[in-house]
Design a protein. Structure first.
Length: 133
């Protein structure tokens, strides 16, 4: 991914081909929470392509949780890659470095947080594009 020196290992639960459906459901939920209307018949199309998602715990003793997500978004002939490597040190981290959670919970929470951060970056750009029109 462009935003991290960590490579995808394809060893997490997100390696399953069915993961794209869970990501799609989550992205749709985030859109609806902003009040966006998803209309498959609209000619005003936003294409979102998941280029990678992973989450893992790195380190020994002082373990750092990472959520990695990279998506390419295309809207009005503009294509942009959004990428996030969120850790438990990040200001928007849903779990602090002192939290006591299972490994599975940590990886799931940070994968979700990475998706949310990517979509929020896109929303910021979308708002500025729509404001300039």
């Amino acid at each position: 991914v462009q935003c991290s020196n960590i490579d995808f290992t394809n060893e997490s639960e997100f390696v399953s081909p069915n993961s794209i459906y869970k990501v799609s459901e989550y992205v749709e939920k985030l859109f609806k929470e902003t009040g966006a209307t998803i209309d498959s018949s609209s000619t005003d199309i936003i294409q979102i392509r998941l280029e990678g998602i992973d989450a893992r715990l790195i380190g020994f003793g002082n373990i750092r949780a990472h959520g990695l997500c990279q998506m390419k978004v295309m809207y009005h002939n503009i294509a942009k890659i959004y990428c996030v490597d969120i850790t438990d040190e990040h200001k928007n981290s849903p779990i602090s470095s002192n939290s006591f959670v299972t490994r599975k919970t940590a990886t799931r929470v940070f994968a979700s947080a990475a998706i949310r951060e990517v979509i929020e970056q896109f929303f910021v750009d979308l708002k500025s594009v729509n404001a300039s029109q």
